[in-house]
Ligand binder design. Structure first.
Ligand code: ADP
Length: 485
């Protein structure tokens, strides 16, 4: 039964807010309570095709605009977003669950991409190359790749959108966005901001609904020249396969399984701070969350004791309540997976040092999946938790004795997104950073994301980099012009 008092939202195609053509909607839930927050259109193939047509039509003018004009739109969107940061943050907390102060942090981070690419937009330089003949000139220019399909996840419902759309728009591309099914309201609010900033009709389009149908339509359409995706490795591989027929340009930011190493020469307080920053943010639901904690035998006891003392103070609950530092998990599947990881570790001999309690308080078996921050020791490589991404606030501690041994264990994974380590030795810092096979390294630092820095992974964690001047390259083609004079 639909609650008629709740808002029905629209999708955005060619500057119009519309329903799905068949009038169907899907519910959006509050993960802290299970309540329905509103309804969004259940779009599919037809709406997606229409959005691609609009983006293709708008491309001609948008790509021709002088860079400073495109820059102006992005700057305006940045300012509006900052003015409305509290409103946007509330939407994020309501549909995604993270504590309100974290949501404000996400909005500022997300807005940072708009500001940064508003500047970078003006610096898409070409090149002249010395020719080997006096009557030749060789020139390289950069041009937008064309219509971009952007598919984004629920864990950072605002930042993952601006991290893709800001460089795409800066480069002169037009966009069709499919946000995560769990968090479409943040995307809708962002599009209202973009509309207020005056971004011309058709340049940005938003389709909510069936992920499979929208994804397949985007991937099979030859007019879409680029896919930028953040999500699971499994779905990333599927999209890669689907995009092969039309040989799309790809940027994929996929799963992670980050190691965090505490060497015997580490400053333990810094290691604790880094552990909390990299693990507990967003209830452990970040692709760069530390997932395996390798702690040197000599400092293990000290590390566990200090960490336990910190974890005792953490308040778990509804992110809208003051003082809550850990919100709910996004849904029942995540809840079951995290519980399974804890149970599997305990069954195989792990020690529960702190936490471990999980409870479900949501209505209609939806939402309200809470889990305590949990510290486990005596972890072995046989346990599930050392093999898969957990996506929850669980800290499994594995001990080691030598640098060589721990680097081998850290690299022993198909993932390669982020790695963290703690040491006070300068030469060890350099050597270990170079040996770890990951795209992002935090040295004595658990908070590594920033709009101006490259973000992306090795191995099955993805292709390409987002952020900084690297981030715009994925939306540009390189054209070589040879001229005889
Ligand atoms: P997560 O595990 O973080 O939810 P997913 O890879 O399932 O990651 O989701 C990331 C994004 O991909 C979301 O927008 C989701 O709706 C979308 N998605 C999921 N399955 C498909 C699919 N088969 N085709 C296209 N997009 C998909």
């Amino acid at each position: 039964m639909k609650d008629n008092k709740l808002k029905r939202y629209n999708i955005y195609i060619e500057g119009e807010w519309i329903n799905a053509y068949n009038g169907e909607t899907i519910e959006v839930h509050n993960p802290a309570t299970g309540e329905v927050l509103g309804y969004v259109p259940n779009g599919g193939e037809a709406e997606t095709k229409e959005a691609i047509t609009a983006a293709e039509k708008a491309l001609k003018e948008w790509r021709e605009l002088p860079a400073n004009v495109r820059s102006g739109y992005l700057k305006k969107a940045f300012h509006i977003m900052m003015e409305q940061q509290n409103e946007l943050a509330e939407i994020i907390t309501l549909e995604q669950g993270k504590p309100l102060n974290e949501a404000v942090g996400e909005v500022q981070y997300a807005a940072g991409f708009l500001e940064w690419y508003a500047e970078e937009c003006k610096r898409v330089y070409g090149e002249t190359i010395p020719a080997w003949s006096p009557n030749k000139r060789m020139i390289v220019i950069k041009q937008p790749v064309g219509v971009v399909a952007a598919i984004t996840p629920w864990n950072f419902p605002a930042a993952m959108i601006t991290r893709k759309m800001a460089p795409a728009l800066a480069a002169g591309c037009t966009v069709v966005l499919k946000p995560a099914t769990q968090t479409p309201l943040t995307a809708i609010k962002l599009f209202e901001i973009f509309e207020t900033a005056g971004i011309p009709k058709g340049v940005i389009n938003l389709v909510t609904g069936s992920a499979k149908a929208i994804g397949k339509t985007l991937m099979e359409d030859e007019r879409v020249r680029k896919l930028t995706f953040t999500g699971s490795t499994e779905v990333g591989k599927k999209l890669m396969e689907q995009s092969a027929k039309t040989v799309k340009n790809l940027s994929l930011e996929l799963g992670g399984h980050a190691p965090l190493i505490v060497f015997d020469d580490a400053d333990i307080d810094k290691a604790i701070e880094g552990t909390i920053a990299s693990k507990l943010r967003n209830c452990g639901q970040t692709c760069i969350a530390s997932n395996r904690f390798y702690v040197h035998e000599k400092v293990k006891e000290q590390f566990i004791k200090k960490l336990k003392d910190k974890l005792k103070n953490y308040k778990v609950g509804n992110g809208m309540e003051t003082g809550v530092e850990i919100g709910p998990l996004i849904d029942g599947n995540s809840f079951e997976k995290v519980k399974e990881h804890i149970k599997d570790a305990l069954d195989k001999g792990a020690t529960l040092e702190f936490g471990g309690k999980a409870h479900h308080s949501g209505i209609n078996h939806k939402g309200g999946y809470f889990i305590q921050p949990t510290l486990l020791s005596n972890i072995t490589n046989q346990m599930l938790i050392t093999k898969e991404e957990t996506f929850g606030p669980i800290i499994p501690v594995i001990t080691f004795e030598t640098e060589e041994e721990v680097i081998k264990m850290a690299n022993d994974t198909n993932y390669g997104l982020a790695a963290y380590f703690f040491t006070e030795s300068l030469s060890r810092a350099v050597k270990v950073a170079e040996k770890l096979e990951f795209g992002i390294i935090g040295i004595n630092d658990g908070k590594v994301s920033s709009p101006q820095a490259p973000f992306g992974g090795y191995k099955e964690s993805g292709i390409g980099r987002e952020g900084g001047h690297y981030g715009i390259e994925g939306f540009l083609e390189t054209k070589y012009i040879s001229m005889k004079i």
